[in-house]
Design a protein around this ligand. Structure first.
Ligand SMILES: *[C@@H]1O[C@H](CO)[C@@H](O)[C@H](O)[C@H]1NC(C)=O
Ligand SMILES: *[C@@H]1O[C@H](CO)[C@@H](O)[C@H](O)[C@H]1NC(C)=O
Ligand SMILES: *[C@@H]1O[C@H](CO)[C@@H](O)[C@H](O)[C@H]1NC(C)=O
Ligand SMILES: *[C@@H]1O[C@H](CO)[C@@H](O)[C@H](O)[C@H]1NC(C)=O
Ligand SMILES: *[C@@H]1O[C@H](CO)[C@@H](O)[C@H](O)[C@H]1NC(C)=O
Ligand SMILES: *[C@@H]1O[C@H](CO)[C@@H](O)[C@H](O)[C@H]1NC(C)=O
Ligand SMILES: *[C@@H]1O[C@H](CO)[C@@H](O)[C@H](O)[C@H]1NC(C)=O
Ligand SMILES: *[C@@H]1O[C@H](CO)[C@@H](O)[C@H](O)[C@H]1NC(C)=O
Ligand SMILES: *[C@@H]1O[C@H](CO)[C@@H](O)[C@H](O)[C@H]1NC(C)=O
Ligand SMILES: *[C@@H]1O[C@H](CO)[C@@H](O)[C@H](O)[C@H]1NC(C)=O
Ligand SMILES: *[C@@H]1O[C@H](CO)[C@@H](O)[C@H](O)[C@H]1NC(C)=O
Length: 559
């Protein structure tokens, strides 16, 4: 088997450099690279993997408490020949990583503000069928067992859509206004088309005092779109529907996002209108959690009555008002967090903009139309910001943290491969119960990376919990569209690892240089405001960001 060395040639428009460093899997070559905003890079990459043996942990990396020094101990690199030892370039110079090399120089401060992009882990770097060929920190038996879990899982997706593919789909589905005709020339449609054109021609912002541009796909467009939303958006909230399924927000627990949105929307003066002729959007205020609690017959394994209930509701509003038929529902939206919400909003409701926690391309989520709703675990309704924050990077001795139930097929692999393997990785099943979940929160606050591995469904409250505690999220959940995907540049502050590459978890994390980590940590702190609920919503908080994403997709979704 091959020993891996990766070579990245970086091509920066602005010549300043981008860069990278590598390290293998076996002989520990770790890569990182920096990117200038707007630069093109990574024109080529080659990966070769050479012999390494099954049960020798070849990667010896330790993380020192407090000082957070990554020590890449690659002392045994005898099988790297000199010409192979050049891993790429930093400032136009080749970088060596050999036993003779001064490794600390690889970790030395780099000149640029890095723009982390982790999607290169997506494809080329790993050998085919990663989990099988992973020989890193696990012995053969363990890798085989983990592989078996993977292979035998019936729920494993048939097709994996990478983050870069999702980006392309988004671009495509948002098309351009060139030649677009409004469905009708109603005043509202004309307003929407004008908004689209204004956003597309947004004044370029180099530096916004409030918004940190690397967090966004395009900060200029986001800011303009947000301003226009504040200025013009009107939402008609259907008064129809009985409590508790309609109009009754549940504010606590893991499905709380739909409740907080409902409470904030129904209580809002600025964005709601009683005159549906003025509305750009129509909100169907139902709770998928209360639908399940109210109508699901325990152990029946049947959801058809829930689906039927929602279908009847649409029939009622489509019969009573002209608005549904006018657009076939495309200017209507729902916000629903329960696992079953994708099924409950099937059929005619598929036309709506659906903000769903279960944002999975495998269950019909349409990128560019539907919105990925962050799953927020609200433990204290009185104070949803309780316990917010985390330690500074220097006080995060734990490299990676995960604790939780072992449902689904990914978490058992995670545990098998990584539980009790490395002292700086705290990977385990559920933690013993402690009042207020103190130990869990403490671990999130003292870890550099927090693993967000899918359970039964792709989504997990850990993504927002990690951001809440300023821990860089590591998302291991194929086909999960990360929250607020329309707007946020997720790859700049989170790490994405494909499920089949889970055995490379440590290598990926250790490959992230201190400098790049610090930048990611800073970004996680900066993006945090977008994931917070407030009893009185504030600018750029989660309520406004969700409403914005729904608005943005209403404006841009074509076809
Ligand atoms: C890794 O290196 C540390 C110190 O650098 C050492 O204590 C530890 O035993 C090493 N682990 C392995 C598996 O070689
Ligand atoms: C690297 O690991 C080897 C054993 O694998 C050990 O002898 C050596 O001291 C380590 N070097 C450093 C700098 O930790
Ligand atoms: C490196 O590994 C090879 C084979 O695994 C071994 O023969 C050699 O002594 C090791 N070198 C060092 C410096 O540890
Ligand atoms: C990389 O290492 C090789 C072999 O040790 C050496 O010939 C070459 O000059 C080194 N390159 C750099 C940029 O240090
Ligand atoms: C390695 O590089 C660092 C930073 O460039 C430097 O401070 C250190 O003295 C170097 N060590 C050796 C052994 O060359
Ligand atoms: C990240 O890198 C991939 C190439 O591996 C590239 O296609 C993608 O556009 C990059 N993403 C960003 C946000 O720069
Ligand atoms: C590999 O893992 C299995 C299962 O945990 C264990 O029984 C076995 O002793 C391990 N083998 C080695 C060589 O560590
Ligand atoms: C952001 O959008 C504006 C307006 O469409 C465009 O002119 C600009 O080039 C975009 N910036 C980036 C970095 O893509
Ligand atoms: C943009 O902001 C950064 C840091 O916030 C600052 O260093 C830089 O000078 C600013 N650039 C401009 C053009 O204002
Ligand atoms: C909308 O269309 C449905 C048939 O799809 C029809 O039953 C309903 O009466 C129509 N609504 C109105 C207000 O005309
Ligand atoms: C409305 O949507 C349904 C599918 O939900 C489709 O069958 C029907 O043709 C659409 N009608 C119009 C007028 O677009």
């Amino acid at each position: 088997m091959d020993l891996g060395i990766f070579r990245y040639l970086c091509q920066a428009e602005t010549r300043r450099l981008v860069s990278l460093l590598g390290v293998t899997i076996a002989l520990i070559l770790v890569l990182q690279f920096y990117e200038l905003p707007n630069s093109e890079f990574l024109s080529s990459l080659t990966a070769k993997i050479k012999s390494f043996t099954m049960d020798t942990p070849l990667v010896n990396s330790t993380m020192e408490t407090h000082n957070v020094n990554v020590n890449f101990n690659a002392s045994n690199s005898s099988s790297i020949s000199p010409q192979e030892s050049s891993l790429g370039s930093v400032d136009g110079k080749d970088v060596n990583l050999t036993s003779q090399g001064n490794q600390s120089s690889l970790l030395a401060p780099q000149p640029m503000v890095p723009l982390p992009n982790t999607s290169f882990f997506d494809s080329k770097v790993f050998p085919k069928d990663g989990i099988l060929s992973s020989l890193l920190s696990s012995n053969a038996t363990i890798v085989k067992d983990a592989s078996a879990i993977w292979k035998n899982s019936k729920r494993r997706p048939s097709k994996v859509v990478s983050i870069s593919e999702m980006n392309l789909i988004l671009q495509h589905s948002h098309g351009s206004s060139q030649g677009a005709k409004p469905a009708s020339s109603s005043a509202v449609n004309v307003e929407i088309l004008n908004a689209k054109s204004e956003i597309e021609n947004a004044p370029i912002i180099m530096n916004d005092s409030r918004l940190y541009s690397p967090l966004y796909r395009n900060v200029s467009m986001f800011r303009r779109s947000y301003e226009l939303m504040e200025k013009m958006l009107k939402v008609f909230v259907y008064p129809d529907g009985d409590t508790p399924i309609f109009h009754e927000p549940l504010l606590e627990g893991i499905y709380a996002s739909e409740g907080w949105f409902m409470k904030s929307m129904e209580g809002n003066k600025q964005f709601t209108t009683r005159d549906p002729e003025k509305a750009h959007l129509f909100y169907i205020p139902f709770s998928s959690r209360l639908l399940q609690l109210t109508l699901y017959v325990r152990n029946s394994h049947k959801r058809s009555n829930l689906i039927e209930y929602m279908k009847n509701y649409v029939d009622v509003i489509a019969g009573k008002y002209p608005f549904w038929n006018r657009t076939n529902g495309t200017d209507h939206f729902v916000v629903a967090c329960h696992d079953w919400a994708p099924a409950e909003t099937r059929g005619r409701m598929l036309n709506c903009i659906r903000a769903l926690c279960n944002a999975d391309t495998e269950v019909g989520f349409k990128i560019g139309k539907d919105v990925s709703l962050p799953e927020t675990y609200v433990r204290s309704v009185e104070n949803p910001l309780k316990n917010i924050g985390g330690n500074p990077p220097s006080q995060r001795p734990i490299l990676a943290f995960f604790a939780g139930g072992l449902h689904g097929y990914v978490r058992p692999m995670l545990i098998k491969l990584w539980e009790n393997k490395e002292p700086d990785m705290k990977i385990s099943g559920p933690l013993p119960h402690v009042r207020g979940n103190k130990n869990y929160i403490e671990l999130m606050k003292s870890s550099r990376f927090c693993i967000c591995a899918r359970g039964h469904e792709v989504n997990s409250p850990r993504v927002v919990e990690a951001i809440f505690h300023e821990c860089v999220p590591v998302i291991i959940s194929d086909n999960f569209i990360p929250p607020l995907f329309e707007v946020l540049n997720w790859e700049s502050f989170a790490v994405f690892i494909k499920e089949k590459h889970i055995a490379y978890l440590r290598d990926v994390l250790v490959s992230i240089s201190e400098e790049r980590y610090l930048e990611m940590h800073k970004r996680v702190k900066m993006v945090q405001e977008h994931f917070l609920w407030h009893h009185e919503p504030v600018k750029y908080d989660l309520f406004h960001m969700l409403l914005h994403s729904i608005w943005y997709n209403r404006v841009f979704y074509t076809s």
